[in-house]
Ligand binder design. Structure first.
Ligand code: NAD
Length: 725
């Protein structure tokens, strides 16, 4: 395999082209790095070569390090990781010093990099080691260091170089938030040097004209001072103190990568460049050996991508949607229409009244206007997207739709009626989907003349922001309907999970116990602030009480009533209902009503826990341990996920983990509920669950599956990090 090839031109410029055979995108493997190393040696040693340009044979430069390789590196242990990273540092340092005399800094060969498109992770760290970076004028290109998003940080010198280039403050958004920029913004931020129509020609010209001084990086020059000041400089001191506080405030100490990154930056800033690289490598090794990064890479990258590419798609010909019918232009219908039209799909948006249908279409216009004001869309784009949406009351317009998504009121009778009306018009082979959040798919399918073509496609609100779509198979749903739903989700660039039909499907089934556990604690007299902080310190983006306010207390009341009606005597949540019914009676209906567990100001901004809560449910004198609260909140969700797996609602733990993070924000650092239980180990998890069950009730009793795993010493994920062994 040759990932890199070199062409030495007659003009003395050696062009090294990165072009992974058979792949649409370049990623760096250890073998690839070794190839590049050999080519650099060759070019530096060849007297006929005056300079080097590193470019890509693809539309983009590179997507980063091969994360599968990173995952595998860990198997060799910490020393192997460190050694691997250091060899990468040596290669990049060799490029940076380019054969120059270490004392005089003269005699090196200029090396430029050319980014035809996207350059991420090591795809930017490698260019950062070259002497000048040229990017194509390609507004679609994304340039940046997104490592932090999957629980690691730039460990190929990107951290050390960027901080020395931009200063700690300037580098912070790129390192700490993984901010990506288009070439123009990347240039003004100082990430790259030039944007050109023909970057290869520009790079070649530059290489031929470059002099010795052009090759010396500021940090290798005499008298270098870090922009914004070193940590012991008064200004730098303020930056570092502020950054530590900010990072801790945002992550509450949950994300090891953010902390390690700060340490690498701070410690690195105190020492010479080469020592800083070593420090960066040590912290990177530390983070890589932390189970959190394995879990995050697994769920947020490898498995997420596998699901998006159809890991669980049944065999069926291409089912891409050409014409989509949407029934109900309310909050959900309008959102689905928008994301579909954005993906180039023709949409017929139907509501009972014309003005309701128009309002649904107007939602798309509002979102596009917002995008235009942020310069993320143009008037032409807006016109094009809106022209794809036909807002109407006329079911005949559904003719020729190959998929219909129903999003009318959550009422079986209304849903049955619109199903029949639509099926009378749409082609025989069209698929009909319902976006219900609570009604069993198999029951709704009874209204359909073609139950094998009937399926659940469950979106989350707000549709344009939420990445997860839950696909639900009814008892009679056939494989083509599943393939259709998956192909549709892929078209609109969201992440699918496929589950079987059961009360609340998967995501809502697991989130409800989390919310309920928080509410129960309020009734028990646990401090609401303690509950909320405990959740956030465990990595939940929102505490349970805030989340109830966000999703609305009215909805909670509705769901509670329906569930009680369905379950009868066995209904277990009286204690929860006592709280939310009382809040609802007082008009505290959630954030939209500007009153819930929290108080809100006129603008709807959260102010703090409603003081009246303590009058209704006095706080106990003695408060529980933080860990106990965290265990209750985490086990409430995780045990439910295990039950969903045990009952085959969930067929694949990868979907359980990815769905949990994207669907309801389950502590991302843990990789999801199954990843988290693996970190604890089944035996320890059973032990904790047993003690919670004893103290708080049978809802914490460990499922048989988990108990069996504990007895056999099994894990959910095999060593290879994928499906359960
Ligand atoms: P909504 O009340 O905002 O919208 C429902 C729309 O359906 C209204 O515009 C209504 O006029 C229209 N409608 C009612 N009867 C109709 C008929 N016979 N023909 C055509 N249109 C009709 O409700 P929503 O929040 O958009 O929810 C719609 C569906 O999506 C429900 O099944 C709900 O359970 C589900 N859902 C909602 C959420 C959420 O967060 N709101 C999330 C996932 C799924």
């Amino acid at each position: 395999m040759t990932d890199f090839t070199m062409d030495k031109g007659a003009d003395g410029v050696a062009i090294i082209t990165w072009d992974l055979p058979g792949k649409s995108m370049n990623v760096l493997s250890l073998d690839g790095a070794a190839e590049l190393d050999a080519l650099i040696d060759d070019a530096l040693a060849d007297p006929a070569v005056k300079g080097i340009v590193i470019t890509s044979g693809k539309a983009d430069f590179a997507a980063g390090m091969d994360l599968n390789v990173i995952a595998a590196m860990k198997d060799g242990g910490a020393q192997a990781v460190f050694d691997g990273i250091m060899s990468l540092h040596r290669l990049l340092r060799k490029i940076e010093l380019a054969g120059m005399d270490p004392k005089t800094k003269k005699g090196g060969k200029p090396i430029a990099s050319v980014l035809p498109g996207t350059a991420l992770g090591i795809g930017l760290e490698l260019p950062l080691a070259t002497h000048r970076i040229f990017a194509a004028d390609n507004p679609k290109a994304k340039i940046g260091l997104p490592e932090i998003m999957v629980g690691i940080f730039p460990g190929g010198g990107g951290t050390t170089r960027l901080v020395r280039k931009l200063g700690a403050m300037g580098a912070a958004p790129f390192l700490l938030e993984g901010k990506l920029s288009d070439p123009a913004r990347a240039k003004s931020a100082g990430l790259i040097d030039e944007v050109a129509a023909d970057p290869l020609a520009a790079a070649r010209d530059w290489v031929l004209a470059a002099g010795d001084a052009d090759l010396v990086k500021p940090w290798d020059a005499k008298g270098y001072k870090m922009p914004g000041g070193e940590p012991y400089h008064p200004a730098g001191f303020m930056t570092f103190v502020g950054a530590s506080a900010m990072v801790h405030g945002k992550t509450l100490g949950v994300y090891p990568a953010a902390k390690a990154l700060l340490s690498a930056v701070y410690e690195g800033a105190l020492v010479p460049f080469d020592t800083a690289l070593k420090i960066e490598a040590r912290w990177f090794t530390n983070v890589l050996m932390n189970p959190s990064s394995t879990a995050m890479i697994r769920s947020l990258f490898i498995n997420k991508e596998a699901l998006e590419k159809g890991a669980n798609r049944p065999e069926a010909p291409d089912q891409r949607v050409r014409k989509l019918g949407i029934l109900g232009a309310g909050m959900m219908g309008a959102g689905i229409a928008h994301v579909s039209a954005m993906a180039g799909i023709e949409v017929v948006l139907i509501d009972a009244a014309q003005d309701a249908a128009e309002r649904g279409k107007a939602h798309s216009a509002t979102l596009l206007d917002k995008a235009i004001s942020r310069r993320k869309a143009t008037e032409e784009k807006k016109a094009e997207v809106l022209s794809r949406i036909t807002a109407t009351t006329d079911y005949a317009a559904l003719q020729g739709c190959d998929l219909v998504v129903e999003a009318v009121f959550e009422d079986p009778a209304v849903k049955a009626e619109v199903t029949k009306r639509a099926e009378a018009v749409i082609p025989q082979d069209a698929i009909f989907a319902t976006n219900t959040s609570t009604l069993p798919i198999s029951d709704l399918a009874r209204a359909s003349a073609r139950p094998e073509q009937f399926i659940g496609i469950h979106f989350f609100s707000p549709v344009d922001k939420m990445a997860l779509v839950e696909i639900i198979k009814g008892r009679e749903t056939g494989p083509r309907a599943v393939a259709k739903a998956l192909d549709f989700v892929r078209q609109i660039r969201k992440t699918p999970i496929v589950v079987n039909d059961a009360r609340f499907f998967y995501a809502n089934r697991c989130i409800i116990p989390y919310l309920n556990e928080g509410i129960r604690m309020v009734a028990e007299g646990v401090s609401p602030t303690l509950i909320e902080n405990a959740a956030r310190m465990m990595g939940m983006p929102l505490g349970p009480l805030q989340l109830v306010d966000e999703t609305s207390i009215v909805l909670g009341v509705k769901i509670a009533k329906a569930t009680r009606a369905a379950m009868g005597e066995t209904y277990p949540d009286d204690a929860v209902d006592a709280v939310i019914f009382r809040l609802a009676d007082q008009g505290r209906l959630g954030r939209k009503a500007k009153a819930g567990f929290y108080d809100y100001d006129e603008g709807g901004k959260r102010q703090g826990i409603w003081p009246g809560l303590a009058a209704e449910w006095p706080q106990a004198d003695s408060q529980p341990e933080l860990t106990e609260i965290q265990h209750r909140l985490m086990f409430a969700q995780s045990l439910e996920a295990v039950r969903a797996l045990e009952e085959s609602v969930l067929e694949d733990i990868r979907e359980g983990d990815v769905g949990a993070i994207l669907g309801w924000g389950f502590a991302p650092w843990s990789g999801g509920p199954f990843g988290w239980l693996d970190m604890l180990g089944a035996a320890r998890a059973v032990e904790i669950a047993d003690s919670l069950a004893e103290k708080f009730g049978p809802r914490f009793a460990p499922p048989r599956l988990l108990r069996d795993m504990a007895e056999k010493g099994e894990r959910f994920y095999g060593d290879a990090g994928n499906k359960a062994a």
